[in-house]
Design a protein around this ligand. Structure first.
Ligand code: NAD
Length: 476
């Protein structure tokens, strides 16, 4: 028995259960067992959600900043109070450790609080004009948003997708991942309990392709916000462009980590190994390609392997576990295939490279080195618990490797040379660069990528600005 909650669609203020609807089985990744049945929206459900979003927008666009801030601050307070309950739900349906889930709740609390302050700072500007004339640049809410949140951060992704439109005065229809619906519903409930009108934010689930096509075909929706793979993002961006809807696309990455011989190697290893295996590596900003300068290559690989092999893999609810299961069977299949192909192509396997246990979706923390550049794992986002360690002779070669892929989300570098730090900061093509730190985000800091990692930002003032359009108003 689990205490996993009932699942529903949240449309027009009503909780709609499975009756007469197709359902999706939600699995516990630690056991593989079904823990819930999620109702999937019909076309009629989606039409009702769209009509409601139009009404919700007409109402919320007129709301005062105090009203919006009260909702966001109130929801933050409720989330803090409900931390244990929400974190536990996330572990049950996504697999991550309870400690990681608690941190995720905390990050979402911080984001709601930051956005609550930001609603008072959506300033425009007044232009210099002759006396008697006034010209103002205003920012207005873009309109109803269709937002798609993936399963890897079942609390944080819905928080981002809901928080920014609400702060900006938009309404939002969110489709969180069908694998992790209850965490998303718990975040939404905090907003409702803090006073958010139910027509301002709604939650639907369904067959992803059908839901996104239906919502994006509607003229009601004025913005698409998507987090997920580059492949799906490209399809959705094309659909949005048909109607010139605004887009925020948080897509895949293949995080390079440049490690120079002058770095403090013990500190680097103590930092990057837990960072690599956080959330089983299912993180878009996960460090993936370790680009290591020749003099420290052997020591780095050995230190990395030793630490990775010592990590305790187990169910997220077990306080001893440091790495939980992967979120779904698809990830286990995908990561296993990528690793096997790389080893067959000549990569050296130092630890891991196999499933763990006889139930659930566990995969051991894996270290590969001397990975051929042409192998698929060096070119496609692995999105799993695998570190790829390769040796390089010079800074120039290391920068070329860092920028080799079409992705540009997060990149990291470790060096004690101040002049090199500046060079790297300028040369690395990524939306977020961490030099001597894994911390590349924060509620006040724009989160987003360049190139195939997408465009637009979440978090920071930029997150709210992305839900606004600009109007120039000239009065004679
Ligand atoms: P996927 O690409 O099918 O799905 C990724 C996410 O997009 C899921 O949440 C899914 O529900 C959603 N999705 C899929 N098709 C959709 C559609 N047509 N319309 C709307 N939403 C849709 O693959 P997956 O197996 O769930 O995840 C695999 C890959 O997705 C990973 O390898 C990784 O590259 C990427 N991913 C990225 C993030 C991120 O934070 N950027 C998060 C989760 C997954």
């Amino acid at each position: 028995m689990t205490d996993y909650p009932e699942l529903y669609l949240m449309i027009a203020g009503e909780r709609l259960g499975p009756h007469g609807r197709a359902t999706h089985a939600v699995l516990n990744p630690a056991t593989g067992e079904t823990i819930g049945q999620l109702p999937l929206a019909t076309a009629e459900d989606l039409d009702r959600a769209l009509a409601t979003a139009a009404t919700g927008f007409a109402r919320w666009r007129k709301s005062s900043p105090h009203e919006r801030a009260a909702v966001l601050n109130g929801a933050a307070r409720l989330m803090r109070e409900r931390t244990e309950e929400i974190a536990r739900i996330a572990v049950l349906e996504q697999g991550k450790t309870l400690a990681e889930a608690r941190i995720e709740v905390g990050m979402n609390v911080g984001l709601f609080e930051f956005y609550a302050g930001e609603v008072f700072r959506l300033y425009g500007r007044t232009l210099v004009r002759p006396e008697g004339m006034r010209s103002t640049v205003l920012h207005e809410p873009v309109g109803p948003v269709a937002a798609f949140a993936p399963w890897n951060f079942p609390i944080g992704n819905p928080g981002r997708k809901l928080g920014a439109p609400i702060a900006a005065g938009c309404s939002v229809i969110m489709k969180a991942a069908e694998e992790t619906p209850a965490s998303a519903l718990a975040v939404l409930q905090c907003l409702y309990d803090a006073g958010l009108p139910t027509d301002v934010a709604q939650a639907v689930f369904g067959v992803p392709d059908q839901v996104s096509r239906h919502l994006l075909a509607s003229p009601v929706i004025r913005k698409l916000s998507f987090t997920g793979s580059t492949v799906v993002g490209r399809q959705l961006a094309k659909l949005a462009l048909e109607d010139f809807k605004r887009t925020t696309m948080e897509l895949g990455g293949h995080g390079p980590v440049l490690v120079f011989a002058d770095a403090d190697l013990e500190r680097v290893l103590d930092t990057v190994v837990p960072q690599k295996y956080r959330n089983g590596g299912q993180v878009c900003v996960s460090p993936t390609r370790f680009i290591v300068e020749a003099p420290v290559y052997d020591a780095f690989r050995e230190g990395f392997t030793e630490r990775a092999a010592a990590l305790r893999v187990g169910p997220g609810l077990d306080p001893q576990s440091q790495v939980g299961p992967l979120a779904n069977p698809r990830r286990v299949e995908a990561i296993d295939a990528l690793i096997r192909e790389a080893v067959a192509a000549g990569a050296r396997l130092h630890t891991g490279g196999e499933r763990f246990g006889n139930r659930g979706f566990f995969y051991l923390p894996t270290v590969l080195s001397d990975v051929p550049q042409a192998s698929r794992i060096m070119n496609e986002e692995p999105f799993g618990p695998v570190a790829l360690i390769n040796r390089f002779e010079s800074e120039e070669e290391m920068i070329v490797e860092a920028n080799r892929l079409p992705y540009g989300l997060a990149a990291y570098a470790w060096t004690s040379d101040a002049a090199r730090q500046k060079r790297l900061g300028a040369a690395i093509e990524a939306g977020m660069v961490g030099i001597n730190t894994p911390m590349i985000g924060g509620s006040d800091s724009p989160f987003g990528g360049v190139k195939w990692s997408g465009h637009g930002h979440e978090d920071g003032p930029e997150g709210v600005m992305a839900c606004l359009v600009t109007k120039a108003l000239h009065e004679g």
